[in-house]
Design a protein around this ligand. Structure first.
Ligand code: PLP
Length: 242
């Protein structure tokens, strides 16, 4: 059996190769795209190995798992991203370790994150999660897996810009499993880029585009994503849904 460090190094090299090839194909410099490794369901020991292997950005989707892991890894030079659906009662904890929150999808969350960030004396970079499966719905409608309909993005960005302790950093999406974009991740990510263009016209600093996971990171890079969130391609297939 190969040891875990070698396994992670090999997987990282393969993902790096995919990102480089997708960048080259799209005529984008490699440094345009940041790899975020999603470590959910995997132990702090893996996070430590990843840091030793040069990973600088990690993501988690459940505060119960993320908080102790971030505490155990506090000595490492890591930036923590929170990418899961977020309940307001978890916001205070998340604001204590997360640098980026990718899942802002309602005004109530902006208020809660702002209050928690101010209390913690921190500034949180917030991405608005867009539900492309709610495309034809009412503005403010949310998708199956969280996220606000495209028509609700600007209002949330304005709220983030106006609130203390938080700032609008960009957009995030998960390729929809249902609706017009089901099975069409490239089209979904291109739609996200259009929404990003509109957002950046009003909030130029909100230029992050977080899109693409293990299965579709190539499509996301082709469409223009600045951040890809990769879990299983680096750590292995998760034993349970996370
Ligand atoms: C789990 C997760 C990922 C990573 O998914 P993989 O398919 O394992 O690469 C990315 N984004 C979010 C929001 C996730 O929950």
């Amino acid at each position: 059996m190969t040891d875990r460090r070698t396994e992670l190094a090999d997987n990282l090299a393969r993902v790096e190769e995919r990102i480089s090839m997708a960048c080259a194909a799209a005529g984008r410099p490699r440094e345009d795209v940041t790899l975020i490794v999603v470590t959910k369901t995997y132990p702090a020991s893996d996070v430590r190995l990843l840091a030793e292997l040069g990973v600088r950005h990690v993501a988690e989707n459940r505060d119960q798992d993320a908080a102790p892991k971030a505490a155990e890894c506090a000595d490492l030079p890591l930036t923590w991203h929170f990418v899961g659906q977020l309940q307001t009662n978890k916001v205070r904890s998340v604001a204590s370790y997360a640098d980026f929150v990718h899942s802002v999808d309602r005004a109530r969350l902006v208020t809660a994150l702002s209050a928690a960030a101010v209390k913690a004396g921190r500034t949180l970079d917030c991405l608005i999660q867009v539900a492309l499966d709610a495309e034809s719905g009412e503005p403010g409608q949310r998708g199956e897996r969280g996220g606000v309909a495209p028509g609700g993005v600007m209002e949330l960005a304005d709220a983030l810009a106006a609130a203390e302790g938080v700032r609008p950093a960009g957009l995030m999406t998960v390729a929809p499993l249902v609706g017009t974009y089901a099975g069409r991740p490239r089209a979904a990510f291109e739609r996200l880029m259009e929404i990003s263009t509109g957002l950046r016209a009003a909030h130029p600093a909100a230029n992050m585009v977080s899109a693409g996971m293990s299965a579709d990171l190539d499509d996301a890079v082709a469409a223009g994503a600045t951040h890809v969130r990769v879990g299983s391609a680096v750590l292995g297939v998760r034993p349970r849904l996370g």
